[in-house]
Design a protein. Structure first.
Length: 108
């Protein structure tokens, strides 16, 4: 199995895990006492990093894909809990995802 194929499998499995974590009941979420959503920033940054490593030939596709995934996760959160969150949540999520993409691009 090639490394690109392995990264594709890992990236999509990780994104599926993020979706499950997004739509599960809020009472099941762990409580992390940080006011700046650093956990969301890191989680989506890792998703961006994995996705960029999975698709190294198409950086613009990866950026648009991560923006779409963040919007999709926000909509899934709204559909599951009725709470969309603040605009800062969306900004932090997109910044984390694109930060991960940029980090993977700088590495390769």
């Amino acid at each position: 199995m090639t490394s690109a194929r392995l990264f594709k499998i890992l990236a999509w499995l990780y994104i599926a895990m993020l979706l499950v974590a997004t739509i599960m009941p809020v009472s099941w979420h762990g409580v992390i006492s940080n006011p700046y959503d650093i956990d969301r920033l890191v989680a989506l940054g890792f998703a961006g990093l994995l996705t960029r490593l999975a698709y190294p030939q198409t950086p613009s596709f990866v950026c648009l894909l991560m923006i779409g995934i963040v919007c999709g996760l926000g909509f899934a959160r709204y559909a599951a809990t009725g709470d969309f969150g603040s605009s800062m949540d969306c900004i932090v999520a997109m910044a984390g995802a694109l930060w991960g993409v940029a980090l993977a691009a700088a590495e390769s």
